[in-house]
Structure formats: C-alpha cells, structure tokens
Design a protein around this ligand. Structure first.
Ligand code: XIL
Length: 457
C-alpha cells in the first residue's frame, strides 16, 4: 500500500515535471519571429491612451501585461493613436506637450519598435485655440496667409526637431483630399493656399533631413478612382518640383471583402515608378454587424489581411504596415461606424488571436520557408534548453544534424551564430546577451529551419 502510494506520488511528480518542461519549451505565437526577419520592412500597431489601457502611462506599461506583451511579441513599429495630433501635442499657442511622444520613443527603443509620427498637418483634431471650428474648415481668428504659415512652421519645426533621430517617419500631411481628388477646403488650404502642402514637407525635411516623409490619405488606395488619381497627380507634381515627399500613405480602413488588391497593387506600382514608396498606415478590416461573430466572416477577413501583408512582402513597392489597433477591445471602428460594423482587428476583445492572426503567421512561415512550429513540436528532433546563462540543445533524434544555430533579438537582428559543437556538446553561455526574448533558428544539414524562442534571464 505504502509502496503503491509512493509510486503514485512519483508518477504525479514526473508528470508535473514533464508538463512543466513542455510548457517551458512550447513555442508561443509571435508574428515578430517572422516579421523581424524581413529586411527593411516593418509591421506595427497604433496605441492610444483613452482606449488602450492607458498605454502612455508608464505604470501600466509593463512588459508582463498581456496588452503590452502582445505589442512586443508581434510588432516592430508603433504609432500613437491620438497623442501626437495637433490638439494633443500643441494644446496652447506657445505650449507643446511632448511627453507622450517621448514615451512612444522610449518604449520603442526599449523593445525595438520603430515609432512613427502621426500627424503634423490635418483638418481634424485641431486645438480650439486655432479657431478652425469643428470641421477644421473655419478661420475664426482671421489669420492671414503669413500668420497661419508662421504657426504651421513653428508647429512642424518644433515637433520634428524635438524627435529628430528618434522618429524616423512622419505622416506630414493627413487626409488633404476630397472624394473627387481636389484639395480639401481645410483652414490650411483656404487661408494659405494649395502650397501649404509644399511648405509642410520642406519644413519637416529641414528639421530632420533623414526622416521619411509621408503624405497620408484614406480611400485613395486603388488605382484609377478620382481620389487616388488626385493624390497620385499631386505627389507626382510635388516630386517634380523637388519637394521632399518620400512615401504615399494608404490608411486602408477596409471593409470585409471590398478591397481590390490588384488595383491597390497597380496604384503602388505607379508610385514606385516615380521613386515614391508606399506604406499602409492604418490597416483594419471591419466586419458588417450582421456578419459579426461568424466563422465565415473571420475566415474571409483572414484572407483579406494576408492579401494586405502580401502587398508588402511580395513587392518592392510597400515598406511597412501599421494596423490601427490590434485588438477589437479598443478598436475605433464600432463607434466610428455607429455600431454598424466591428471586429476589425487581429485580436479579439479578450486579446486572443483571431483567424486573421494565424493566417498571417502561417503565410509568413511559408513565405520564409519555415516549418509549422506546432507540427515541429510534436515530432521535433531536439529540445532547446535554457538554464540561467546557458543554452543547450539536446538531440532527441541522434541522427539529426545541426548545421548552424542563429540567434536573433526581437528586432530581427542577428546577435550570434553558433556552431553545432558549441551548442550540442557543451552548454553555450549567454552572458554576452541582455536579458530578454531571443529567437533561435536552427538550420539542419538540408537547410531546413526550425524556429524556437527562449528567454534569457
Ligand atoms: C482616430 C482615432 O483612432 C480615434 O481614437 C479618434 O477619435 C479619431 O481618430 N484616420 C486617421 C487617424 O488618420 O488619425 C484616425 O484615428 C482614424 C482615421
């Protein structure tokens, strides 16, 4: 009886240890594992205070929190949802509020995400002191061309200089077009004239000559519509006049099943031909309310998301994607559409990945030539073991031959390449690495890659 109990206890302990061990080596989903390895392209998300668990309050912004963890594991670029808009960053004529932008940069630098600047000149979300009314079309302070130009110059120069070298890409002018492709009659266009756009780009460039400068617009994504032609013709003429505009920003606030990817690609191609890059700045794909909560809609959304990612990975035309919020919990879409649509993001409102997330992950695995990690875990020929400052590979299949193990940081930069002997026969010391998450890509003798992630304490 006693022996029997001891046996039972032993079995329980062994089971406990084994399950603990498998938990430890289980690969977690991480888009960054793949996206980090696509050179010169980024995949980001927007974050905002009011909606997103007080992202900009450092006390909430701890890497252990699910919200923050999702950002760090999956994205390598970051846009402030509201905090760098005119009303927020320049709330008084002579008063700037640069703290939140600083926090965006600090967080980015700490976790290897590129902060994007959004946005310098727009008709919406202006401070009341500017007197542009609710529409942003009024001129209640009766500014002249010169007085408004000097406000704009002060605004752009102060902000871009402050973040010089830290923010490498700016949405300089946002939504300057009407649906017919003409210039929107904002306070900027009415009081200054069409060349407010030229001035904005020139001042941004003077303040930071290395920054990538974007003209950003919504609903001008597919080739050949009045709006997209208006935007293209404007950018082309700016370029011809030597104005430093470097990229066309496509917001891509899409509706399920409505994106014409061939036409978007064609549009990107004509920018490419005039030396202007494209960037998807605010991607979300809303599901009409009557289709929400259905597998069919989520699957269709997954295929749309993958097609957007392909615009970036499979062309030279598009250098980045930012999703406008990553979780349905805080998405702007339900309120914006008066609750006629929603479920627009990659994660649901419990912050769990949706079919679109897994579809992007699977697409990237195939694109980069990796095996499915979950499959590999079932039949994997090795175990990666980390203990304190050491890394060790235990071969489960003695015939498995490792050619090389490459270690990446979460920014996708190679931090070390290790030979077989170093890591299989001896413990490999990690002392030279900072604490954090790393990705080991193990290449076998047939050049097959196995990706796994580990944490260095
Ligand atoms: C949205 C924010 O997400 C909301 O929180 C805010 O109430 C309104 O603005 N195009 C843009 C973004 O360029 O700045 C907008 O962001 C969405 C549309």
């Amino acid at each position: 009886m006693i022996i029997h109990l001891r046996m039972k206890q032993k079995i329980i302990i062994i089971l406990f240890l084994v399950s603990g061990f498998f938990n430890q080596v289980k690969a977690q989903d991480s888009l960054r594992l793949y996206l980090g390895q696509i050179p010169d392209k980024y995949f980001g998300t927007s974050v905002a205070d009011a909606s997103n668990e007080a992202f900009f309050q450092t006390m909430y912004n701890l890497p252990g929190r699910t919200y923050t963890k999702r950002i760090i594991y999956n994205f390598n670029a970051l846009t402030a949802g509201n905090e760098m808009k005119f009303y927020a960053i320049h709330p008084q004529p002579d008063g700037f509020a640069l703290d939140n932008g600083d926090k965006l940069c600090d967080f980015g630098e700490q976790h290897g995400l590129h902060p994007r600047g959004h946005t310098l000149v727009w008709h919406a979300q202006l401070p009341s002191w500017l007197g542009a009314g609710n529409t942003g079309y009024e001129n209640n302070n009766e500014y002249t061309r010169d007085s408004l130009l000097s406000i704009l110059k002060h605004h752009i120069t102060t902000i871009v200089s402050h973040y010089k070298g830290r923010i490498k890409e700016w949405d300089v002018v946002n939504e300057p077009f009407e649906g017919d492709g003409s210039l929107r009659k904002s306070i900027w266009q009415q009081v200054i004239g069409d060349d407010y756009i030229d001035s904005a780009f020139v001042w941004a460039h003077q303040a930071d000559p290395d920054a990538t400068l974007v003209l950003n617009e919504y609903g001008a994504e597919p080739w050949g519509t009045s709006k997209s032609n208006g935007m293209y013709n404007k950018i082309k003429s700016l370029v011809e006049n030597g104005i430093p505009v470097h990229a066309a920003g496509f917001q891509c606030h899409a509706t399920l099943g409505q994106s014409n990817f061939t036409m978007i690609k064609n549009n990107m191609e004509r920018y490419h031909e005039i030396g202007v890059s494209c960037v998807i700045t605010e991607l979300d794909i809303r599901i009409p309310a009557n289709q929400m909560g259905t597998q069919a809609a989520w699957d269709a959304q997954a295929s749309d998301y993958v097609n957007y990612v392909k615009l970036m990975t499979e062309t030279d035309y598009c250098h980045g994607i930012v999703v406008w919020g990553f979780t349905d919990k805080y998405s702007w879409i339900p309120a914006h559409t008066n609750y006629t649509a929603g479920e627009a993001c990659l994660f649901n409102d419990l912050l769990n990945p949706k079919p679109a997330y897994y579809a992007i992950e699977n697409y990237l695995k195939t694109y980069l030539g990796y095996d499915d990690i979950k499959q590999e875990l079932k039949h994997k020929p090795f175990e990666l073991i980390t203990k304190y400052n050491e890394l060790y590979i235990h071969l489960l299949d003695p015939g498995f031959k490792i050619k090389q193990t490459t270690l990446y940081n979460v920014m996708g930069q190679v931090v070390d390449a290790i030979t077989n002997e170093q890591i299989v026969e001896t413990n490999y010391t990690l002392n030279h690495l900072h604490s954090g998450i790393y990705i080991a890509i193990i290449t076998d003798e047939n050049n097959k890659n196995y990706a796994t992630r580990f944490f260095k304490q």
